[in-house]
Design a protein around this ligand. Structure first.
Ligand code: HEC
Length: 156
């Protein structure tokens, strides 16, 4: 098919209009806490709720299986999983990553595993919640092993 000669300039104009929009400026994120404060104030308490939700409790009275019982219990664990997922984004803003692609990958692993946790909570699957708790632990220690050689494991 032949292109009409008068159409050519119009096509060029249309093409350049498509490639020129300037990207919007990044949102004015402000990092308030140090990474250490973020760990202690956000990540650690959030994952503790998940770790404490299921497991075996041994007392003088006997051995009990612990799990969320009511809808409110499940909602509380879910809120912590949401917080943990979003904290992965917090680890990527400002200068927290120091520009390290490995750091970004670790933060994304935290988001992925937390998202899986949320899905498990939505199914109220106690056994899977126990297992994913271990996966979350691995995400924490994996980043610590790489970026915090002095401490090998997070407090648990
Ligand atoms: C992307 C990397 C990364 C991930 C993921 C990560 N951490 Fe950390 N964490 C760090 C670094 C770096 C430090 C050391 C901060 C410092 O001392 O300045 C730290 C320190 C800590 C500390 C010690 C704080 C102190 O007072 O010395 C705790 C507790 C902690 N993390 C908990 C966790 C838990 C729990 C998770 C998983 C849910 C987690 N972290 C996931 C990077 C990470």
């Amino acid at each position: 098919m032949r292109t009409l000669p008068w159409l050519a300039p119009l096509l060029i104009l249309a093409g350049s209009a498509c490639t020129s929009p300037a990207p919007p400026p990044p949102p004015p994120f402000q990092t308030v806490a140090t990474t250490k404060e973020l760990m202690n104030a956000v990540l650690d308490p959030a994952v503790d709720v998940i770790w404490d939700a299921v497991g075996t409790v041994i007392t003088t009275e006997g051995t009990f299986e612990k799990a969320p019982a009511s809808d409110d219990d499940w909602a509380a664990v879910r809120a912590s999983a949401v917080l943990l997922a979003e904290s992965g984004n917090l680890l990527m803003i400002g200068n927290r990553s120091g520009g390290s692609p490995e750091w970004i990958a670790q933060a994304q692993a935290l988001i992925d595993t937390s998202r899986r946790t949320i899905q498990i909570i939505d199914k109220k699957d106690k056994d899977a919640l126990f297992t994913v708790g271990g996966d979350l632990y691995d995400v924490c220690t994996s980043c610590h092993r790489q970026f915090m050689p002095a401490i090998v494991e997070p407090r648990r």
